[in-house]
Design a protein around this ligand. Structure first.
Ligand SMILES: [Cu+2]
Length: 174
C-alpha cells in the first residue's frame, strides 16, 4: 500500500526499485505478533495483559471481562467504552460500598493515569457484559473492542476462563 502512495496520499506509479524484502518483512512481523502476543495489544502506549472473560453457567445472562492496562504513553488516558458481539450491552463498571454492601455501578470511563498500571479484576473495575448472546464456556474466545479517549480503539480476542468463587473478593476493602 505505502509503496504505491506518495507523501500526499495520492496514487503514484509503482516503482521498479521498490525493495523486494518489504512485503515478506511485514508478513513476518505480523506473524510474529500474532503468535507471541495474541491477547496483548499496544494502542498508543497502552498495553493490555492477562485479559480474560469469566466463564458462566448456561442461562446466566451476564458476565464480565478483566485485564491489566498499563499506560506507558506519558499522558493521562482513559478507557471510555467497550464493545462486543457476545453481549447486547457492554458497560464499564466498578464496585463500591453502598449501605454496607459492595454494589456494581456503571462509570463513564476508567482512568488510565500516565505511567500507571490499572487492574480490572473481580470485585473491582470490570467490563460488564450484559445480555450474553452466546454461552461462555472455558476455552472459548470472545472478541472485545476497547475504545480510548483519544479515539484509538483496540480489538482483543479474550479467552474464557473459569473463576474460582473462593478467589472472588466479595467484600474487598481497599
Ligand atoms: Cu458489573
Amino acid at each position: 500500500m505505502r509503496a504505491t502512495l506518495d507523501a500526499a496520499g495520492t496514487q503514484a506509479a509503482p516503482r521498479s526499485e521498490m525493495r523486494p524484502q518489504t512485503a515478506p518483512l511485514l508478513m513476518r512481523f505480523g506473524l510474529a505478533l500474532g503468535l507471541i502476543l495474541p491477547t496483548i495489544a499496544f494502542a498508543e502506549g497502552i498495553s493490555i495483559d492477562n485479559a480474560y472473560v469469566r466463564a458462566v453457567p448456561p442461562g446466566q445472562p451476564n458476565s464480565a471481562a478483566f485485564m491489566t492496562l498499563t499506560n506507558a504513553s506519558g499522558q493521562d488516558r482513559a478507557l471510555v467504552a467497550a464493545e462486543s458481539d457476545a453481549a447486547e450491552v457492554v458497560e464499564l463498571h466498578t464496585h463500591q460500598m453502598e449501605d454496607g454492601m459492595m454494589q456494581m455501578r456503571q462509570i463513564e470511563q476508567i482512568d488510565l493515569p500516565a505511567g500507571k498500571v490499572v487492574t480490572l479484576a473481580p470485585g473491582g473495575l470490570h467490563v460488564m457484559l450484559i445480555g450474553l448472546t452466546e454461552a461462555l464456556s472455558p476455552g472459548d474466545q470472545v472478541a472485545l473492542t476497547l475504545n480510548f479517549d483519544d479515539g484509538a480503539s483496540q480489538t482483543l480476542s479474550l479467552p474464557v476462563k473459569r473463576i474460582d468463587p473462593s478467589a472472588m473478593p466479595a467484600h474487598k476493602h481497599h
